[in-house]
Design a protein around this ligand. Structure first.
Ligand SMILES: [Zn+2]
Length: 564
């Protein structure tokens, strides 16, 4: 069945809730492990039904936001999700209290209990009002950012379409663009300060209500991190400072030389190559058929996957009227369908969709036969390994997409990936600073950002830009408002993806088989255990970081970028 042909019907919440409650009650009263296992399967089916309709409504709404029917269906799920989550939470409470834990662990593995446990430990009925308030503030942030009016030479831009101008080869234009962007943010800075301050206080209060010292440990549990803590992450950030920051500094000097600039100003960072950024050649339809060829040649498994996506029309890639911005990958559990949504825009982003988002969906495709929905995908830092590594596994085919620009593409992709690490770590360190000191003033908080920014080598000449000088650059990083402590995940995954790149350069087949194994495992293990299974070295070990980064440094050093 094609995606468009899947029948949609609004789920009857009352009957779903009562069905779940009956099943959960039976689970609590079960007299044997087998009975509980059977009940878990029934619970999974009811959840798949409910969650699949929710996903279908949300995909169809995002493809055409003018469609009134799916707009109201989508709102229906938004309104009723908290009640549903609360029912599912009672299920996890029952799991944690099960008399047959060891038998269940034999059937499904230990990790299911870890996930159930942290889910229970990160939710408390007495925080419901605070959670609602948190959602409200974080939606207000989304609205402010989405409605930001950036005026450049009398033309209006939004944060969504300004980036080509920020990287314009015309230095005076990119300066006007950057100035306009920070001016627009400055006009909202007091509101953004207040919103963040409010969120920090609410989150701290929720943690205190639940008996935590501050929000850090609670946030780690909310992200289902069961196998490492904030001390491991602090060590990892230290390794980034020691091994990555110097490499990125060298890359910045090369960029400055390549572009012939006297010094790097705050408006120069987006402009990388004199001859412009690498662009894929051909129309969207040609890029998609190039992708089809690539996956056919890469492996039998990717061929099967991509043909499946095409046959069932599980990709909506081209930009069109009424379509929501951005891109995502998701799953429809009931049908075992992955789905990719994107807006092609003629830049290298289009190829990233076919590698990065396809990497996510390839993993979903491989894991949808896992016995529990909790295992369809892993925690966020592990989930990005599949996508970021696919970007590297696709390297041998990049000449088909970029033609004469292929060398520039690889240099740009690899140097961009490594340059991201210090920024990602700085955003994380800032959040630890904020939540470990929840009562400091807004200006002390911003002063803290300036110090961290300096330590990670992120600063360039701010000239007289008062917004940047005030230490508020972090305000446009939405993760800080929406999902605290989710960001370091991208950097952890990147360090793992680098290892797949190095291995695939040496022996593609063996690297591929480790990657495939990782995708098959889905979310059945925590992050560090998945790494062991995939023969990847943990980023939490300092010496591992040193080795991984050294190889990339050597590779980049060998490329002559002076004419790019
Ligand atoms: Zn991703």
């Amino acid at each position: 069945m094609k995606f468009n042909e899947i029948p949609y019907k609004r789920p009857e919440l009352e009957s779903i809730f009562s069905e779940l409650n009956v099943l959960i009650k039976k689970f609590q009263e079960a007299s044997s492990a087998q009975e509980q296992i059977d009940l878990m399967k029934s619970i999974k089916e009811v959840r798949n039904e409910m969650e699949s309709f929710k996903t279908i409504a949300s995909i169809r709404h995002s493809i055409n936001t003018n469609d009134k029917f799916y707009d109201s269906e989508n709102k229906f799920f938004d309104e009723n999700s908290p009640a549903y989550t609360s029912v599912i939470n009672t299920y996890y409470q029952a799991v944690v209290k099960s008399k047959f834990q060891s038998e269940l662990a034999n059937e499904f593995g230990e990790h299911f209990f870890n996930v159930s446990k942290v889910t229970v430990e990160s939710f408390d009925e007495k925080n419901i009002e605070l959670l609602k308030e948190e959602n409200k503030l974080s939606s207000e942030y989304n609205v402010i950012i989405a409605q930001l009016e950036i005026i450049i030479d009398d033309k209006k831009y939004t944060i969504g379409n300004i980036s080509p101008i920020l990287s314009s080869p015309d230095r005076s234009l990119r300066k006007r663009a950057a100035k306009a962007l920070y001016k627009a943010l400055e006009l909202k800075q007091t509101e953004l300060d207040k919103l963040y301050d409010g969120l920090v206080k609410i989150r701290h209060q929720m943690a205190i209500n639940m008996g935590y010292e501050n929000y850090v440990d609670l946030a780690y549990k909310k992200l289902n991190r069961t196998d490492y803590d904030s001390k491991d992450v602090a060590e990892y950030r230290k390794a980034i400072k020691e091994y990555v920051v110097p490499v990125v500094k060298k890359l910045k000097i090369r960029q400055q030389k390549r572009l012939g600039l006297d010094s790097m100003k705050y408006y120069d960072s987006g402009f990388k190559f004199k001859s412009g950024n690498p662009k894929p050649k051909g129309k969207p339809s040609e890029i998609i058929s190039q992708g089809e060829k690539m996956y056919a040649e890469m492996s039998p498994e990717t061929n099967e996957f991509f043909q499946f996506m095409l046959k069932h029309e599980l990709m909506d890639l081209e930009a069109k009227e009424g379509k929501m911005a951005g891109g995502y990958a998701t799953i429809i559990g009931k049908y075992k369908y992955p789905f990719i949504f994107s807006n092609f825009n003629g830049t290298s982003h289009d190829v990233d969709v076919l590698t990065h988002e396809a990497g996510h969906t390839f993993q979903f495709f491989r894991s949808l036969s896992q016995p529990l929905p909790e295992y369809y995908y892993p925690t966020l830092e592990a989930a990005e390994i599949h996508s970021m590594s696919m970007e590297f596994f696709a390297y041998p085919w990049m000449d088909k997409f970029f033609k004469e620009d292929v060398k520039k593409y690889k240099f740009s992709h690899l140097s961009g990936s490594i340059s991201f690490l210090p920024y990602g770590a700085a955003i994380d360190e800032f959040q630890h600073f904020v939540y470990e000191n929840p009562n400091i003033s807004i200006s002390d908080r911003n002063a803290g950002w300036l110090k961290i920014e300096e330590e990670y080598g992120l600063t360039s000449d701010k000239e007289d830009n008062s917004y940047l000088l005030s230490g508020r650059f972090w305000q446009k990083q939405g993760h800080l408002y929406r999902v605290p402590f989710y960001y370091i995940d991208y950097t952890l995954a990147q360090v793992c993806a680098f290892q797949f790149w190095e291995k695939s350069e040496e022996d593609f087949k063996s690297a591929w088989s480790d990657y495939l194994h990782l995708c098959n495992l889905g979310g059945s293990l925590p992050f560090t255990k998945l790494l062991e299974e995939a023969k990847l070295k943990s980023p939490f070990v300092k010496d591992n970081m040193k080795g991984v980064i050294q190889k990339i440094d050597e590779f980049l050093e060998k490329i002559d970028d002076s004419e790019m």
